[in-house]
Write a protein that binds this ligand. Structure first.
Ligand code: PMP
Length: 312
């Protein structure tokens, strides 16, 4: 279901920075800011979904993303002088101002501005970006993944629960290794050697008829898509287990997929060269994908309260 970039998609010409619309080229940060020097930013990646029938753009689970945005700032001891509600409304205002009428990606960031050291609590600036982002064609055919020799950083070192830009150095190491070795993505184990997550998505497997995913103490981001998939799976009558997952359970699984706001529901068809089932996208993965795509775009009545309409 490859979606070509619609011609009507606006180019990203502006961002919202500290509450003001700023031309894209002028949305800059100083080289000596802690955000630049130490990677001290927290962010949320969200998606907007165009519903052609209703001529409406929906932002998926905006409230939950902004709750996590606030939590990341608190855990990283940022002391913002702004209200997170202003960042929340900037998301819909920017999408509206740019006239997005296709699927898009949104990024809300809070970062340590000024010239301070890594231990200063402020000043905290914020910005919102939005740009067109079609669905990856790989959701149809799946990807091949490698269990990384890099470990997911632990909650006691730099918590994956905090969605901090600097965490993605850990993700980068794993993804680079996987791609250099000929795979498309990585799966990281935690310090205890249990399965954690992908570099930018959480992970699910189907085993003996149950949907299994690492619990929130497995060294993972508390993913909003993970919560969504668990909810959709239970609504489909599937048993869901949140628990520590062994590496070999990945190989023994009938189906495995990654899930995240950007990744959506991304099937994994082989891991370390071992095929999942017959190395095609499994039936349950397909069913959950279908339920997810219906939920995010407003095609399913049950999940409508997860959607924020952009156009009123
Ligand atoms: N884990 C990591 C490391 C991620 O970067 C992401 C993407 N934000 C996820 C999981 C999925 O989180 P969410 O479903 O909230 O987007």
């Amino acid at each position: 279901m490859s979606e070509a970039l619609p011609r009507s998609s606006p180019r990203t010409t502006q961002m919202v920075v500290n509450g003001n619309f700023v031309p894209f080229e002028d949305a800059t940060v100083h080289l000596m800011s802690p955000a630049m020097r130490y990677g001290l930013n927290i962010f949320e990646g969200l998606r907007g979904y165009w519903n052609a029938k209703e001529e409406q753009l929906y932002v998926f689970r905006l409230g939950e993303h902004m709750e996590r945005f606030a939590q990341s700032m608190r855990l990283l001891r940022f002391d913002p002088e702004f209200d997170v509600a202003d960042v929340t409304s900037a998301v819909t205002e920017l999408l509206r101002a740019d006239g997005h009428r296709a699927n898009c990606h949104i990024r809300a960031t809070a970062y340590l501005d000024g010239m301070g050291e890594h231990h200063v609590p402020k000043p905290v600036s914020w910005c919102v970006y939005a740009g067109p982002r079609p669905r990856s064609p790989k959701v149809e055919i799946g990807i091949r993944a490698q269990v990384s020799s890099w470990r997911r950083m632990s909650d006691n070192a730099m918590s994956p629960r905090i969605k901090c830009g600097a965490n993605y150095a850990n993700a980068r190491l794993a993804r680079f290794q996987a791609q250099l070795d000929g795979y498309e993505d990585a799966i990281l184990l935690n310090e205890a050697g249990k399965v954690a997550e992908g570099p930018g998505a959480c992970i699910f497997l189907m085993r003996r008829g149950s949907l299994v995913t690492p619990d929130v103490s497995s060294g993972i981001l508390e993913s909003i898509t993970r919560d969504t998939i668990i909810d959709l799976a239970r609504a489909c009558g599937l048993a869901v287990e949140e628990r520590p997952v062994d590496r070999t359970e990945l190989y023994a699984a009938d189906e495995v997929f990654l899930a995240g706001s950007a990744a959506e529901v991304m099937p994994i068809v082989s891991i370390d060269g071992i095929d999942m089932g017959d190395a095609t996208v499994g039936a349950t993965t397909r069913e959950l994908q279908k339920a997810y795509f219906a939920a995010v775009s407003g095609d399913s009545y049950r999940e409508r309260n997860w959607l924020t309409p952009v156009y009123t």
